[in-house]
Write a protein that binds this ligand. Structure first.
Ligand code: PHE
Length: 341
C-alpha cells in the first residue's frame, strides 16, 4: 500500500505540473482526488490493514492528499496567471499607432460671407427671415408694383410652373418685403437671404441660379440717408475701412427713388480689368425708398411710415470678400478651389 501511495503521489504531481489549462487540471483533480479517484480507491482498502498499520498508512495517505492539494492550488494559480497574461497580450492596444484621419469639410466661401453679413445686420438689430423659393407671381411682381405687362414678367426672363404664370421660381428676394410687411409688427428691420432664379446665360458674373440678401427697414421718418449710411457701414465692416462705394440712380418698380450701389473693383482697384469688365466698379446691389404703392398694398400708411430696401447679390459679395475672379468657381465645387478658404 505504501508503494501504491508513493506511485499515486509521483504520477499525480507529474500530471499536475504538465497540465496546460484549468480544465485539464480540474479533470486531473477528479482523477486522483475525486470520490471515485485513485487515492480514494486506495483509502477504501484501509479496512484490510492491521490495527498497527492503519494509523501509519492513514497518516501517509493524509500527507499524500495534502501534497496533491497544495500542488493543485499552486498549479491552478500558475495557469490562471498564464491565462491572464495571454489575454492581456492578445488585447494589447498600441496607443502610438496613428489613428485613421477623418477628413472634415468646412464652410463654403459664399456661406462664410453670408454668415459675416448676417452677423453685421443682427448686430444692428435686424431679424433674419427665410422665405419660399417657389413663389406666387402676386408676391414676386404684383404686390411689388410690377403689374401685368412689366418686362421682368416676361417668359424669357422668368421660370414659371404653370401656363397662367401664377407660380414661379422667385426672380428676386424682394417678395420677402411683402411677406414681412403682411406678417410683422412695425417698425420692421429684416434681412432675408436665399436663392433666386432667372433665365441668364452662365458667364463670369451671371448664373441662372444665384443668391440674394434682401434687406428692409420701415419706421417713421426713415430716409435715403439711413439707407446709404447703413450700407456703407456694412461694406466697410465686410471689406475693411475706407472701401469705396458709389450710388447711381436706377429704376425698380417697387422703390422710388431707386439706386444701384457699386464697390470699387477689388481686382484692379478701379483701373479696369476683366473682372469689372474694364469699368473699375462692380455692381453689388439694388436699393431705394419703398414705393408708396407697395406700402399701401400691404396695409401701411405711406403718410405715416417710410422705409428703404435693398437686394444684394451674395455671390458678388463673396467674390469681393475673397477676391474671386469668376462666379462659376463658386458653384463648381472643385475642392482645390474650396480648400483655399
Ligand atoms: N430685387 C431687386 C433686384 O433683384 C433689387 C432690389 C431690392 C432693389 C430691394 C430695390 C430694393 O435687382
Amino acid at each position: 500500500m505504501k508503494e501504491q501511495l508513493a506511485k499515486i503521489r509521483a504520477e499525480a504531481l507529474a500530471a499536475f505540473s504538465s497540465a496546460q489549462t484549468a480544465a485539464e487540471l480540474d479533470a486531473l483533480r477528479v482523477q486522483y482526488l475525486g470520490k471515485k479517484g485513485e487515492l480514494t480507491a486506495v483509502l477504501k482498502q484501509m479496512g484490510r490493514l492491521s490495527a498497527e498499520e492503519r494509523p501509519v498508512m492513514g497518516q501517509l495517505a493524509n500527507e499524500v492528499r495534502a501534497a496533491l492539494e497544495q500542488a493543485l492550488e499552486e498549479m491552478g494559480s500558475k495557469l490562471e496567471e498564464a491565462a491572464l497574461d495571454a489575454q492581456l497580450k492578445a488585447e494589447t492596444v498600441d496607443v502610438t499607432i496613428p489613428g485613421n484621419v477623418q477628413k472634415i469639410g468646412h464652410k463654403h466661401p459664399m456661406y462664410i460671407a453670408l454668415d459675416e453679413i448676417k452677423d453685421i445686420f443682427v448686430g444692428m438689430g435686424f431679424t433674419v427671415l427665410d422665405g419660399p423659393e417657389i413663389e406666387l407671381a402676386s408676391y414676386n411682381f404684383d404686390k411689388l408694383n410690377a403689374e401685368e405687362g412689366h418686362p421682368s414678367r416676361d417668359w424669357s426672363d422668368t421660370f414659371y410652373f404653370d401656363k397662367d404664370s401664377r407660380v414661379m421660381l422667385r426672380s428676386q428676394t424682394s417678395p420677402m418685403q411683402v411677406r414681412a410687411m403682411e406678417t410683422m409688427e412695425l417698425p420692421i428691420r429684416i434681412i432675408a437671404p436665399g436663392r433666386v432664379y432667372r433665365k441668364d446665360e452662365v458667364d463670369a458674373t451671371h448664373s441662372p441660379m444665384f443668391h440674394q440678401v434682401e434687406g428692409m427697414v420701415i419706421d417713421k421718418g426713415v430716409t435715403m440717408a439711413d439707407l446709404k449710411g447703413t450700407l456703407n457701414t456694412v461694406i466697410e465692416k465686410l471689406y475693411g475701412e475706407g472701401t469705396i462705394t458709389r450710388f447711381r440712380p436706377h429704376h425698380f418698380p417697387f422703390t422710388e427713388p431707386s439706386c444701384e450701389m457699386d464697390i470699387q473693383c477689388h481686382k484692379c482697384g478701379g483701373h479696369g480689368c476683366p473682372t469689372c469688365k474694364g469699368e473699375g466698379w462692380i455692381e453689388v446691389l439694388g436699393a431705394g425708398m419703398i414705393h408708396p404703392n407697395v406700402l399701401r398694398m400691404s396695409g401701411i400708411d405711406p403718410e405715416e411710415y417710410s422705409g428703404w430696401a435693398f437686394g444684394m447679390g451674395l455671390e458678388r459679395m463673396a467674390m469681393g470678400r475673397f477676391k474671386i475672379a469668376d462666379l462659376r468657381l463658386i458653384f463648381e465645387n472643385d475642392v482645390r478651389f474650396l480648400e483655399q478658404f
